[in-house]
Each structure stands twice: as structure tokens, then as C-alpha cells.
Design a protein around this ligand. Structure first.
Ligand code: HEM
Length: 140
């Protein structure tokens, strides 16, 4: 399938390689992501009792579901479950902006070819999935 966002695809491949499942060599990306995300006081408080090693593994898997939304243009059952989990955790949807900011910051640090257009390409690719999460979290 040819996708309409070549800058995102190229960056994703530089960061994670060409495999669908993300291997252990990609853990460093997600650990760095949480370093940034947890800079927010509110986020740090929410994760106070969380095993961050497990959390990294869960986020790695959920990344695939976000990207899947972008590829097939509809949510899968796992993304629907995740939106419900976050709703029941009473996470304010505004924190999704911080989530995306932390992600793009991580991309810009770890993808040596990342430029402003690449950052925009990441925002564009993840926006369908994040918007879906936002609606699920606010139950619109
Ligand atoms: C698109 C954005 C996000 C994705 C893909 C994501 C992904 C995940 C995943 C996969 C889990 C594990 C849930 C489970 O399987 O039961 C989780 C739990 C959680 N997420 Fe998110 N998340 C996102 C946004 C956020 C935001 C904005 C916050 C705000 C702080 C947040 C806070 C949490 C917390 C507190 C947990 C529970 C941790 C625990 O079990 O102790 N997430 N998230």
C-alpha cells in the first residue's frame, strides 16, 4: 500500500526499522519519551505507582494501533479499549497535547534527519488516533 506521508514513513523506519513489531532495540525511544512526558507534574503524579518498564512495553504496542488508524483510517478494537481505559483513569484530554509534544521532541532528538517538516509529518500521522482517543476520553 502506498501511504500519503513519506516523511513520516522514512522517519519511522530510521527510528524503528522496517518490522511491524517493535523489537527491544526500540525501548530507548520509549524510555526517552517518558523522560519528557514525566516532566509534567500532573503526568508524573499519575504515573507515581506505575511500573515504567511495563509501561514502556505497553506504549510500544499501542504505537502500532495509533499507526494502524493512520494506515486503514479507522480505529481497531484495541484503540477503543485504550480510550476507555484512559477515560476511566479520568485523564484530562488536554494532556494528549503534552503526549504528542513529548513524542515529537523524542523523534527530533533520536532521528538524526528530523527537521521541521518531519515533526509536522509525525503530528499528521498520529492525529487520527489521538483524536479518536480524545473523543473516547470525553465521551462525545
Ligand atoms: C495517544 C496517547 C496515549 C497512548 C497511546 C497511551 C497508551 C497507554 C497504554 C497502552 C496503557 C496501558 C493500558 C492497559 O493496557 O491497561 C496506558 C495506561 C496509562 N496511561 Fe496512557 N496513553 C496515552 C495517553 C496518555 C496520557 C495523555 C496520559 C496522561 C498522563 C496517560 C496516562 C496513563 C496512565 C496513568 C496509565 C495507567 C498506568 C498504570 O497502569 O499505572 N496516557 N496508556
Amino acid at each position: 500500500m502506498s501511504l500519503p506521508n513519506p516523511l513520516f514513513e522514512a522517519s519511522y523506519e530510521r527510528l524503528f526499522g522496517g518490522n511491524v513489531a517493535l523489537g527491544p532495540e526500540t525501548d530507548a525511544f520509549f524510555e526517552r519519551f517518558y523522560d519528557h512526558f514525566l516532566q509534567h507534574e500532573e503526568v508524573a503524579r499519575l504515573f507515581e505507582r506505575t511500573d515504567m518498564h511495563k509501561q514502556v512495553q505497553m506504549l510500544k504496542r499501542s504505537m502500532l494501533h495509533l499507526v494502524s488508524f493512520y494506515v486503514i483510517d479507522e480505529p481497531n478494537a484495541e484503540l477503543a479499549r485504550l480510550a476507555a481505559v484512559h477515560r476511566s483513569l479520568r485523564i484530562g484530554p488536554a494532556l494528549l497535547d503534552s503526549w504528542l509534544e513529548a513524542l515529537v521532541q523524542t523523534v527530533s532528538e533520536l532521528d538524526p534527519q528530523c527537521d521541521e517538516r518531519t515533526k509536522l509529518a509525525w503530528c499528521w500521522a498520529l492525529t487520527p488516533g489521538i483524536t479518536y482517543m480524545r473523543l473516547g476520553m470525553t465521551k462525545l
